[in-house]
Design a protein around this ligand. Structure first.
Ligand SMILES: NC(=O)c1ccc[n+]([C@@H]2O[C@H](COP(=O)([O-])OP(=O)(O)OC[C@H]3O[C@@H](n4cnc5c(N)ncnc54)[C@H](O)[C@@H]3O)[C@@H](O)[C@H]2O)c1
Length: 355
């Protein structure tokens, strides 16, 4: 069945979604926009959308069954609930809310008004992430025990790269909300075990108010550690993914997923002890790289993946043909981890629990 979408917040991402959906998602069209900024409404009108200057009018008159909320983060809750109360299905941009309490209210509204609600976690369809999933599912590195996921940029602009509302905490700015919401969602969906410890440190390196660097360590119930890092001023790039299992390692250098390798240990070494190599600092015993006699090097698996699958699934869920892939209960876990990260960073302590 064909569906129509109205967009609340026609900024950079709202416009991008309009373009993606119109050009690439079969069965979905965009019809209307609400944005308080007259310049953005003018751009929307130029692209053939009906622009509204009040949300009430947009919801009362707009011809759509799906609303996408792409405003600054502090408006996600109110805009989503207003749309749901009007009987529209809602896709809300990430981070879906500012905290767990807000998200709980949004989930209650979806139940009350019998509509579908999902967070736009499009990066579950990123190829680099899907490749890591495949390597782990196929057991190519055995049981993973540590996962490093990183998204850094070398933002050399003075004052950093966080601009406008993204640089203010009241508006939901900062990298933990911005990239953390993607990276945490990916890890939770990848590991699929309970988180029992959260440690996080948020810093302001160039941005005066909001966090523009964070490091998070999650410990899962099976002992697996995940380290998630994002910084907007990290001049030397590091691997996007770096994962060790009990039968090998995998790394992916960056988002475009071409550079990387799977290293699988064919067998354990029997002539283990004591191997010594000589370095400028003196002899080093045991801690050297594995040799080709025990290692099998494999290219990264080929994966086909596309962000548009998110909307195809959302529409199929409205039509009762599929279950939602990004379910609000999963978003609730992400939000609980984000809450725990803020708490851990403010207190300097590990937050314990079961998430
Ligand atoms: N899923 C992703 O990969 C992805 C990527 C980029 C941005 N986003 C998300 O999209 C959202 C918007 O980001 P952006 O980069 O487009 O920001 P932006 O500043 O470019 O656009 C925000 C728009 O919202 C409008 N706006 C402000 N207050 C509003 C209100 N109360 N009601 C309706 N509209 C309002 C602004 O006028 C502006 O046009 C954020 O939540 C962000 O996290 C998601």
């Amino acid at each position: 069945m064909a569906h129509r979408m109205g967009i609340i917040g026609y900024g950079r991402w709202g416009e991008n979604w309009h373009h993606t959906c119109t050009e690439r998602v079969e069965g979905l069209s965009c019809t209307a926009v609400y944005d308080p900024d007259p310049d953005r409404r003018r751009v929307a009108a130029e692209k053939g959308l009906l622009p509204y200057d009040t949300v009430e009018e947009f919801l009362r008159e707009g011809d759509f069954d799906i609303v996408t909320v792409a405003t600054p983060n502090n408006y996600h809750k109110d805009m989503s609930i207003a749309a749901m109360a009007n009987g529209r299905h809602v896709v809300c941009e990430k981070p879906v809310a500012m905290n767990t309490a807000e998200l709980t209210d949004m989930m209650a509204a979806a139940e009350k008004y019998h509509v579908l609600f999902s967070a736009h976690q499009n990066r579950r369809w990123d190829k680099d992430y899907q490749i890591i999933r495949k390597v782990l599912e196929d057991g190519l590195i055995g049981q993973p025990y540590v996962i490093e996921s990183r998204m850094n940029g070398a933002g050399l602009q003075s004052g950093g790269i966080l601009r406008e509302w993204r640089s203010y905490t009241f508006a939901g700015g900062g990298l933990l909300y911005d990239w953390g919401s993607h990276l945490i969602d990916q890890i939770l969906f990848l590991v699929n075990k309970k988180v029992v410890n959260v440690y996080a440190c948020l810093r302001q390196i160039k941005c005066p108010e909001a966090d523009d660097y964070f490091k998070i360590i999650l410990k899962f119930e099976n002992g697996l550690l995940a380290q998630i890092e994002s910084g907007s001023y990290c001049v030397q790039p590091m691997f996007r993914w770096y994962v060790h299992g009990d039968a090998g390692s995998v790394y992916i250098e960056n988002l475009d997923s071409r550079a990387g390798k799977v290293l699988h240990t064919k067998r354990e070494k029997t002539d283990y002890f004591p191997l010594t190599i000589r370095t400028a600092e003196g002899p080093v015993q045991k801690m050297h790289p594995a040799g080709s006699d025990v290692l099998e090097e494999m290219p990264l698996p080929e994966i086909q993946s596309d962000w548009t699958s998110f909307y195809m699934n959302f529409m199929a869920a409205i039509d009762g043909k599929e279950a939602l892939i990004v379910h609000p209960e999963q978003s609730l876990r992400v939000m609980k981890v984000i809450d725990a990260c803020f708490l851990s960073s403010a207190s300097g302590r590990v937050v314990e629990g079961e998430i």
